[in-house]
Design a protein around this ligand. Structure first.
Ligand code: AOS
Ligand code: ZN
Ligand code: ZN
Length: 426
């Protein structure tokens, strides 16, 4: 399944006229506010988000999984699916692989497929939260933090293997997310668990190529429900500092206790030059992995406001690895990813509209009302025609979801792959 340019243009032609009208209206009003519309469009086009290899099949819960049919059953097919999303949105120009779920059998073939679809290999993700077939040691009681050195060594070696696989594909970063923790008070010695984790991460860090970075993800709970070793951004930040310059904190939006001020976390990490990556999703209760922007779009905008500020003012912080980390039981996974990509671009575009100079002056004058007005003026702007224009100019769809449906992509995939494919992801 590959979407051809003329198919997209055909679908676009149906709404082109009304798009042009809407875009002209928005463009005039932004220009009169002193914004450079061309520059905004270019920034949106440059903003690419990686799609994780495990989000292309329908997600499941521990209670069940309902297939959407036509799902990818191999890495090749997963990359083809990302190609479909990328051709419609022009925003999904990267894939984030999960090892061992996606070990390529033929590296050159995989690289060819990806480059043919204009897709890069972003961060590679290690997995020490499941036991693999034929593994000598078990991660039942933790991996990098485990009390038993043989287990820690196996987990360290796995991460080194993942770096090696990623290196062959052109990836430049390793994401480490640990399920390590404890389920009951007294089960673990907190200090020993953290010290073991730090020592293990340092061993992995030694094997990191010079132009790579290591991204350390945190999460307050789940699958362990009493304590998690890397529970919050402070712990991740501490570990990243202990490892060195190439180690950073990774923020996953769903990995915070309710009402945490994520935008402030983002801001402080960027000030310290230690924000390395981002996992986008949305959350109502916990690590729900819901579609980006589906629950708290204003919070997402405020987070992007800090990201944009940091990108403009914090040269000490590197370029970030952006990834969607969401998966579902009840939506076509490709439609869901398209919605997430749209929400990300929308929040980014709105953040780009914030009048930073006026905000600074209002802050200096302690004009609290004005500060809020400035942020909300940006947030209330309907930027969708801007997003559509950014896509249109580089061959994407004016309305990606509509195009996906009009082109009958899912039916086509079912025809090609059959009804009973099962994704290899979670
Ligand atoms: C787990 O909760 C984390 O969000 C991970 O980033 C990811 O979803 C998992 O590692 C799947 O590989
Ligand atoms: Zn994540
Ligand atoms: Zn998560």
């Amino acid at each position: 399944m590959k979407i051809e340019q003329n198919n997209i243009q055909e679908v676009n032609s149906k709404t082109l006229k009304s798009h042009n009208e809407q875009f002209d209206f928005l463009s005039n009003s932004l220009t009169s506010k002193g914004l450079n519309v061309k520059d905004l469009v270019k920034k949106l086009q440059d903003f690419q988000v990686a799609v994780p290899s495990w989000a292309l099949g329908a997600g499941g819960t521990r209670f069940g999984r309902f297939s959407f049919y036509g799902e990818p059953s191999s890495l090749e097919q997963k990359i083809q699916d990302i190609g479909v999303i990328h051709s419609l949105t022009q925003t999904a120009g990267a894939v984030s692989l999960h090892i061992p779920w996606d070990i390529p059998s033929d590296y050159n073939a995989i690289k060819d497929i990806a480059s043919g679809l204009n897709i890069k290999f972003d961060a590679v993700n290690s997995n020490t939260f499941q036991d693999q077939k034929n593994a000598k040691e078990s991660y039942k009681y933790g991996s990098l933090s485990n009390i038993n050195k043989a287990v820690r060594d196996q987990a360290i070696q796995h991460n080194l293997d993942v770096i090696n696989i990623g290196d062959k594909l052109g990836s430049k970063s390793l994401t480490v997310w640990l399920a390590d923790g404890s389920c009951f008070p007294g089960q673990n010695n907190f200090q020993t668990a953290l010290q073991n984790t730090e020592n293990s991460l340092k061993e992995i860090y030694k094997g990191l190529p010079n132009d790579w970075s290591m991204l350390i993800e945190y999460k307050p709970y789940e699958p362990n429900f009493y304590s998690t070793v890397i529970q919050d951004w402070g712990t991740s930040f501490m570990l990243a500092n202990a490892c060195g310059d190439k180690a950073y904190t990774l923020v996953d939006l769903g990995h915070h206790l309710p009402n945490s001020n994520i935008e402030q976390i983002v801001s402080i990490l960027m000030l310290k030059g230690k924000l390395g990556g981002f996992h986008f999703n949305d959350s109502k209760y916990g690590d729900d992995d819901l579609t980006v922007g589906s629950i708290k779009p204003y919070a997402l905008f405020l987070i992007f406001n800090e990201l944009v500020y940091g990108i403009q003012n914090n040269p000490q912080n590197p370029d970030l690895a952006w990834m969607i980390d969401a998966s579902h039981n009840v939506k076509d996974p490709l439609e869901d990813l398209i919605q997430s990509l749209e929400a990300i671009q929308e929040a980014y575009a709105k953040a780009l509209l914030v009048d930073q100079n006026a905000l600074k002056i209002a802050q200096q004058e302690n004009d609290v009302v004005k500060c809020q007005e400035i942020l909300q003026d940006a947030y209330r702007t309907d930027v969708r025609p801007l997003l559509a224009k950014a896509r249109l100019d580089i061959g994407g769809a004016l309305n990606p979801i509509q195009a996906y449906r009009d082109l009958g992509v899912r039916n086509q995939l079912i025809k090609e792959r059959g009804k009973h494919t099962v994704s290899t992801g979670l």
